[in-house]
Design a protein around this ligand. Sequence first.
Ligand SMILES: NC(=O)C1=CN([C@@H]2O[C@H](COP(=O)(O)OP(=O)(O)OC[C@H]3O[C@@H](n4cnc5c(N)ncnc54)[C@H](OP(=O)(O)O)[C@@H]3O)[C@@H](O)[C@H]2O)C=CC1
Ligand SMILES: Nc1nc(O)c(N)c(N[C@@H]2O[C@H](COP(=O)(O)O)[C@@H](O)[C@H]2O)n1
Length: 258
Amino acid sequence: MPPPPFLTALLEPYAAPPPPTRPHVTLTFAQSLDGKIGGLHSTPLPLSGAESMQMTHWLRTLHEGILVGGATARGDDPQLNTRHLPPPARDAPPHPAPRPIVLDSTLLLSPSCKLLRNFNAGTGRRPWIVGVGPPQCDAEWEKRRTALEGAGARVLLLDLSDTEREATRTPALLALLRAQGVRTLMVEGGARVIRSFLSAPCNVDTILITTAPVLVGPGVDWADGVGKLDAWRVVETRLVGRDSVVALVARPEEEDAT
Ligand SMILES: NC(=O)C1=CN([C@@H]2O[C@H](COP(=O)(O)OP(=O)(O)OC[C@H]3O[C@@H](n4cnc5c(N)ncnc54)[C@H](OP(=O)(O)O)[C@@H]3O)[C@@H](O)[C@H]2O)C=CC1
Ligand SMILES: Nc1nc(O)c(N)c(N[C@@H]2O[C@H](COP(=O)(O)O)[C@@H](O)[C@H]2O)n1
């Protein structure tokens, strides 16, 4: 069974080589009707129904890397694999699995997280952890780095000063991943990562938002401070099971954004 044709059509432009400075980037997440992607507690909040969750797992097969922020990695303990897909047909190759990438500036991820457990069990790819540093003379940080590497992670470091961090770290991160050979990247969140990627339209090629017909109430609001998404145009809306899915692509500069 192949991925849904609307997904492959949406990502057709990714067949072209990415720019030298970054991968092709898809930003995707599931939200509630009241725009929440998480609850008040640091635990995963299931929003997607079975069909849209499977769609997300198909989308994972279409990317070389899958990225989450440190808070998501610590709170959700995600696997970032394709386990919700039907098994491939007999004699067909396994579904491609993206490389898990965690943005974890201070290397606080647990060495016994599921990503590392799956890697060590031979059921997941080696996760990459992107930190910022190294901070000078910080023995605790060195200890955490050694523990993560000992557990199988590859630690990559962004060399950014504190003043550079908010404005330039997403472009710097994308350049780092591109230099490491990542040509297509799926970004799943959380809220801070979404905001940081949306802070400049040139960070993202495609946005795909699943909206589940539920209300969360107090929780994690991804859109707070994002603005109007004027730089984006809708290219697809569809029902996937009980959820609605909207896809947007970067609007060409010459097009009127009204
Ligand atoms: N429904 C969905 O589809 C999804 C929901 N979620 C939910 O999102 C919530 C977590 O979101 P949130 O708390 O905002 O945390 P994030 O997962 O966005 O992680 C933010 C952390 O990542 C680090 N970081 C490193 N580089 C960057 C960068 N370029 N941009 C932004 N952050 C960076 C920051 O560390 P530092 O400050 O040290 O630099 C920050 O602490 C959870 O509730 C989770 O369940 C998450 C993914 C998808
Ligand atoms: N598409 C989608 N729908 C939801 O309802 C979600 N809660 C999420 N969360 C994201 O998926 C990660 C979990 O991945 P695994 O199931 O462990 O593979 C979670 O960390 C969020 O990034 N996504």
